[in-house]
Design a protein around this ligand. Structure first.
Ligand code: ADP
Ligand code: MG
Length: 285
């Protein structure tokens, strides 16, 4: 592969411009898309320290395989490194050592903006903009790709359409500064509708529900189930229901994956996961 091309030519002593060698090895947009749709994601021996705390190692040789089209729940105590894993997967930071591969290809051979197109991130505190609710759902997508029908379809699938049409101006209703006119559960469902419309093959979820009432939680949970279907999903899971239904559960503790398996397998093991389930505290954010 191009990645193996040496950046420094030893015999001549000439150092080629790094950017040229690097850029020429980047995968095309369509390659990134098809690899993301068809390949497993492997986190291989990840070590990581935040740039401002180089002395403090957060990830200490973390290995985890996300099988294409399946759901992996990441659970574990506060400070274990769960959100850090998400930051590396989203490429907000590069690992100190180790690598992330998609269908065997190093993530560093993908253009960052192409990678951003194939990954959807839904956080506990979704960012909404002070435009209409319809524009919020279509946010970041090129106009020519998004019809009003598609926006409505996504909103219906995200369980937020009925709420939107009850608003004074329907889809044209302004959501206020940072979406402040909506409740937490409504904001989350708008963010889920946005992710459905984006239709990225890879999904990263941080699902906290502490702020939601029971009705909202049910609506959000159902919407998330629709969103996860068929996507390679990593969910920082707080709810036992999500964890139980995941294809695999990874317990993150002290910068490594210390237990891996299905809900029943890990209960049988009677280790740290079983005791987290016992206390109903699967993740702390
Ligand atoms: P979790 O999500 O499992 O609670 P995090 O990945 O958020 O854990 O944090 C792991 C460790 O990394 C914690 O000790 C936290 O203080 C530290 N940390 C998180 N973000 C930063 C940052 N931007 N700079 C330095 N340290 C950080
Ligand atoms: Mg966290």
């Amino acid at each position: 592969s191009n990645l193996a091309t040496p950046l420094v030519n030893d015999s001549s002593g000439i150092t080629p411009k790094r950017s040229i060698g690097y850029m020429s090895s980047l995968k095309s947009a369509s390659d990134v898309r098809s690899l993301a749709f068809s390949g497993d994601i492997c986190l291989e021996d990840l070590h990581f320290s935040y740039p401002l705390r180089p002395d403090m190692e957060i990830l200490k040789g973390l290995d985890l395989k996300l099988k294409c089209g399946t759901v992996t729940a990441l659970v574990g105590p506060s400070g274990a490194g769960k959100s850090t894993v998400v930051q590396l997967l989203a490429r907000f930071y590069e690992p100190t050592s180790g690598r992330i591969t998609v269908a065997g290809e190093d993530l560093r051979s993908f253009d960052k903006s192409e990678w951003a197109r194939v990954v959807s991130i839904v956080n506990q505190e979704p960012v909404l903009f002070s435009v209409s609710v319809g524009e919020n759902i279509a946010y970041g997508l090129p106009d020519e790709y998004v019809s009003k029908e598609d926006v409505i379809k996504a909103a219906k699938a995200a369980n937020v359409h009925d709420f939107i049409i009850s608003l004074p101006q329907g889809y044209d209703t302004l959501v206020g500064e940072r979406g402040g006119l909506l409740s937490g559960g409504q904001r989350q469902r708008v963010a889920i509708a946005r992710a459905l419309l984006k239709n990225a093959p890879i999904l990263i979820l941080d699902e906290a529900t502490s702020a939601l009432d029971t009705v909202s939680e049910r609506l959000v949970q159902d919407a998330l189930n629709v969103l996860m279907k068929g996507r390679t999903t990593l969910v920082i899971a707080h709810r036992l229901s999500t964890v139980q239904n995941a294809n695999q559960i990874a317990l993150c503790s002290d910068g490594k994956i210390s237990e891996l398996g299905t809900h029943l397998e890990l209960l049988e093991k009677n280790g740290q996961y079983a005791s987290l389930v016992g206390t109903q505290r699967l993740a702390f954010e």
